[in-house]
Structure formats: structure tokens, C-alpha cells
Write a protein that binds this ligand. Structure first.
Ligand code: DCP
Ligand code: MG
Ligand code: MN
Length: 336
């Protein structure tokens, strides 16, 4: 439910409304249905008031405002603020910290919070964690840090050397923020493909590569489930340089050689640049994904494509830019 700006700025009770909205936001994060409803009702009742509310008594007389809300309104009138809000920001910090654990979303984080857990120790002692969540907690501090560019270069070199020893036709390209020239990276994203003029793909060597990197001790934890021979295109894991200090997130993708351009475009990012390219494709009745660019797409009301369309570009990024009618932009100019 949206309101025009003017409505709120003009309201004689703007301060009260603003403070109660902070409470509402908080309870929405906490999924506290009952309080969400009660604060929504209160806020909409106050918005209808033409005169400033100046006391507890005036507040309680408004339909939709109960005793507790009226007390809060009185505190806002008298002090200009609400003491409760200070506690809330601490609560939100806890939820934020929980949801920063790899494998924990905001839903789980709030569930834990609602059960009264406030620290990692609380969680470890009381929750049956998944394998991935345990890794997320174990490596928590390391994974919060960004990776210096030089270290990404060094890790990439080791992956590439191992790949080359397994199959000299494997091609490794470090993509993501690294390819866009960033001084630090959130993780290491490596695209792996194989020049398949001999008809072989990269999925066999990919599994071997993962095993080699595990044996070398470079890969320390797997975040993806056990790899099946035929579903091996994406690997999420954690790595550490021998003698290095920190665990780092690493993503490895293997793609068919003929799709390399589309894959490069997609995994180089950034995500905002990707979104704008895909939106442009959509406007031209095309579809762009990490496999290629397709034309003659008809879409349903929800925006889902109803037809497969015709593949028109996938081998190189330039082909895709050209087919979309977008001037070429090197990765360093895709930091939107
Ligand atoms: N990507 C995307 N949409 C997503 C996630 C990823 O389009 N929801 C693409 C664009 C990203 C690339 O994959 O640039 C790599 O994803 P990362 O999450 O690793 O993001 P970056 O490498 O860009 O940044 P960071 O330095 O945080 O890793
Ligand atoms: Mg990345
Ligand atoms: Mn990544």
C-alpha cells in the first residue's frame, strides 16, 4: 500500500507516523502478524486526523488506537522519540548476522531469533544445522571479507595449472568482479570450457579437476551437494591458498564451448548490467540468458516466454551485443 509523498509531508502527525512506521517495519521483519496488523490500523487511523494529536487522551479516543499504541504516541509527543527503537536496531543486527551465514536466509534467521537465540553459540547448541550452515558458521569471519585482487589472481593461476595438466584443451577464465577490474572481490568466479573440436565436453575433466583441487588442499569445503557425473555445470565451494590465512568463496562454472559468449556475458555481470541487457532483449521480443540470445519470443501476461524462439547468438559476446544493437562495452565498463 503506497501513499503519495504530499499526503505524508503535510500530515500534522508526521513525526508520530514516521516513528510508528519504524515499529511496523521491524515487526514485518519479525513476521509478527498480530502487531503488523495493529500498527497498520493505527497508522492509517492517525493519517486521517486533521489536527495534531497532543496527548495520550486524544490518542486513545481515536478508533483503531489501543492503550499500548496511545502510550507510545504520548512518548513520541513528549520526547520526540521512542526508547524501544534503540533495542530494535540491536535485534535487527542479530537477524542480519544470522542471515549473513552461508545457507541461512532471512526466514530462518528470523525463526531462530523468534526462538530466543541471539548468538552463534545459541544456534550451535539448539539447532540441527545443515552441513552447509555448519561450514558457514565455521568460516563466518573469513567469508565476510573481500578478497584482494592479487589473491584472486594467485588462486585462479592454481586452478588453471591443475586444469591444464588434466586436459590442455581446458580454458579457464576468471570472470565476475575480477574481470570487471575491481580491486577486491567478494568471491572467485571461474568459467571453464573446452575447445571441443574433437567432440569432447568439459564435464568429465571438470570432476577430475575438482578432485585434484581437493587433493591439493586448495578446495577445503564443498557447498554444492555431491556432484553427479551429468549435473556438474556449477560448483560452489570454499578454498584456501596453502599457507594462506583466509578461507575464500569460489564458484566454478563449466559451459559448452559454443555457448562461451553468452556464458561470459552472464557471469561477468554485474547483475545490474545483466538485468538491463535482458530487459532490452525483452523489449525487442528477444530473450537473453546464459546460453544465448533468442529472437521471435512471444510472452504471456506474466512475462514468461511461451515459445522457444530462434537462437541467433551465443558464441561470442560481440555477436550478442551486435544482435541486440548495443555498442560494445568491455567488462571494466559494466560496473553499473
Ligand atoms: N549474476 C547475476 N545475477 C545474480 C547473481 C549473479 O546476473 N543473481 C551474475 C552477475 C555477476 C556474476 O554472476 O557479476 C557473478 O556473481 P557474483 O555474485 O560472484 O558477483 P560479482 O562477482 O559481480 O561480485 P562480487 O565481487 O561480490 O563477487
Ligand atoms: Mg564474484
Ligand atoms: Mn560468484
Amino acid at each position: 500500500h503506497k501513499h503519495t509523498l504530499g499526503e505524508e509531508d503535510d500530515n500534522p502527525n508526521k513525526l508520530i507516523i514516521d516513528r510508528l512506521k519504524v515499529l511496523l517495519d521491524h515487526y514485518q521483519r519479525m513476521n509478527d502478524e498480530w502487531r503488523i496488523l495493529s500498527y497498520r490500523k493505527a497508522i492509517s487511523a492517525i493519517k486521517k486526523q486533521k489536527k495534531p494529536i497532543t496527548s495520550y487522551q486524544e490518542a486513545i479516543e481515536i478508533r483503531g488506537i489501543g492503550h499500548r499504541t496511545a502510550e507510545k504516541i504520548a512518548e513520541i509527543i513528549e520526547t520526540g522519540n521512542l526508547r524501544r527503537l534503540q533495542h530494535f536496531s540491536k535485534d535487527d543486527e542479530v537477524i542480519k548476522k544470522f542471515s549473513d551465514i552461508w545457507g541461512v536466509g532471512s526466514c530462518i534467521a528470523m525463526k531462530w531469533y523468534a526462538k530466543g537465540y541471539r548468538t552463534f553459540d545459541d544456534i550451535i547448541q539448539n539447532v540441527k544445522l545443515t552441513r552447509v550452515q555448519r561450514i558457514g558458521i565455521e568460516c563466518f569471519d573469513d567469508l565476510l571479507e573481500r578478497i584482494p585482487r592479487d589473491e584472486v589472481t594467485e588462486i585462479s593461476k592454481r586452478v588453471e595449472e591443475a586444469a591444464c595438466r588434466i586436459d590442455p584443451k581446458l580454458l579457464c577464465i576468471t570472470v565476475g568482479s575480477y574481470l570487471r577490474g575491481k580491486p577486491t572481490c567478494g568471491d572467485i568466479d571461474i568459467l571453464i570450457t573446452r575447445n571441443n573440436s574433437d567432440g569432447k565436453t568439459s564435464s568429465g575433466p571438470f570432476l577430475k579437476l575438482l578432485n585434484t583441487l581437493r587433493e591439493q588442499g586448495l578446495l577445503t569445503h564443498d557447498l554444492t551437494k555431491h556432484q553427479e557425473e551429468n549435473a556438474t555445470s556449477r560448483y560452489f565451494g570454499i578454498c584456501k591458498l596453502p599457507g594462506g590465512e583466509k578461507h575464500r568463496r569460489i564458484d566454478l562454472f563449466t559451459v559448452p564451448f559454443n555457448e562461451l559468449g553468452a556464458a561470459l556475458l552472464s557471469f561477468t555481470g554485474n547483475d545490474i548490467f545483466n538485468r538491463s541487457m535482458r530487459l532490452l532483449a525483452r523489449k525487442k521480443k528477444m530473450k537473453l540468458n546464459n546460453h544465448g540470445l533468442y529472437k521471435n519470443i512471444s510472452r504471456g501476461r506474466g512475462g514468461d516466454s511461451l515459445t522457444e524462439g530462434t537462437l541467433i547468438a551465443q558464441r561470442t559476446e560481440r555477436e550478442i551485443f551486435d544482435a541486440l544493437g548495443v555498442p560494445w562495452r568491455p567488462p571494466s565498463e559494466r560496473n553499473c
